[in-house]
Write a protein that binds this ligand. Structure first.
Ligand code: SF4
Length: 314
């Protein structure tokens, strides 16, 4: 049998998991680029409505580092779109409201933000939020866009273990997530879940359990992250004082592969590792680039014949 290599993966000939890029090529016929939209929002887990202080790893930008421009939603879309067109010859885009809790904005503001996405080339709208901020009124607004755009809600969950959720101060439990999924599933909206697979309070059983829950609830997409330790956060301070020790890269790689093996093969993997600028963090990607970590996962899977979905029915 022919031996597969990382080069085959880069050339798109083989992938041990169902990547987002292959999904969008199937659906839209070519690569689709995300336009990250950066808004100065808020979060009920920071302002006292649901909790105080926010998740222990959350920095000033509300859970994200990736944006390329500032200004109104429309101007961010136009600026980034032009840049991506020139750089990648890109034609199709997803407007991605990535930071803070977008469905915590007043409904009228949320509607105005979506209205500004009606730009040439936009084929999808993706909205990040928390499981305890899912209301029918917001889902109805999103539904009204669904005949022209692919709509995705990105739910931060990070762990399915309630003890871990408490340790990271998420301010919600697993049941809130399940309730949110049931509600969103009544609408023509895809669901993407964000998971941190190297939280030290989780065990391998929790990782497998997460995959089983996502299979059962027919989650469309998962974004896998490793834990970054951002400066001046609660976690950053714990790290500085020596009261928090991150897990090592090998453990993250093994947990990620275990998760993928137990996840249905048709679930799209939006990402395999996190990305954070070195200047902002105490520790991220074990001092490697994000693609080094991604390549290590892929190489390990290819060399050992481990693939997404192979244990989904066990
Ligand atoms: S839910 Fe998101 S924005 Fe809110 S505190 Fe947690 S990571 Fe930050």
């Amino acid at each position: 049998m022919k031996k597969t290599s990382l080069r085959d993966f880069y050339e798109g000939k083989i992938s041990p998991y169902r990547s987002y890029s292959s999904y969008v090529k199937e659906k839209f016929g070519e690569k689709v680029y995300k336009i990250p939209i950066h808004l100065k929002g808020s979060c009920p887990n920071r302002d006292g409505t649901k909790g105080h202080g926010g998740c222990i790893f959350c920095g000033e930008e509300g859970g994200s580092f990736e944006w390329e421009s500032i200004g109104s939603v429309r101007s961010q879309i136009l600026t980034t779109k032009e840049r991506m067109k020139k750089r990648y010859n890109a034609n199709q885009f997803v407007a991605y409201f990535q930071n803070f809790t977008n469905t915590y904005l007043p409904l009228s503001e949320f509607e105005k933000n979506l209205e500004q996405c009606r730009e040439e080339g936009i084929v999808g709208i993706s909205v990040s939020t928390r499981p305890d901020c899912i209301e029918d009124s917001y889902l109805k607004v999103l539904e009204s866009y669904s005949s022209n755009y692919e709509i995705t809600i990105e739910l931060g969950l990070q762990s399915v273990n309630d003890f871990t959720l408490e340790k990271i101060n998420r301010g919600h439990n697993l049941q809130s997530f399940l309730d949110a999924v049931e509600k969103i599933s009544q609408y023509p909206i895809r669901i993407c879940v964000h998971m941190i697979l190297d939280l030290p309070w989780d065990r391998e059983e929790d990782i497998i359990q997460a995959a089983r829950i996502f299979n059962k609830y027919k989650i469309d997409e998962v974004k896998i992250h490793n834990l970054y330790i951002i400066k001046n956060t609660k976690l950053g301070n714990m790290f500085e004082s020596g009261s928090f020790l991150p897990l090592d890269m090998e453990t993250f790689i093994e947990r990620t592969i275990l998760f993928l093996e137990h996840l249905n093969e048709d679930v799209v993997i939006g990402r395999l590792t996190g990305r954070a600028p070195q200047s902002e963090v105490e520790n991220s990607n074990w001092d490697h680039s994000w693609f080094y970590v991604r390549d290590r996962i892929v190489e390990t899977m290819l060399s050992s014949g481990r693939v997404q979905g192979s244990k989904a029915n066990l």
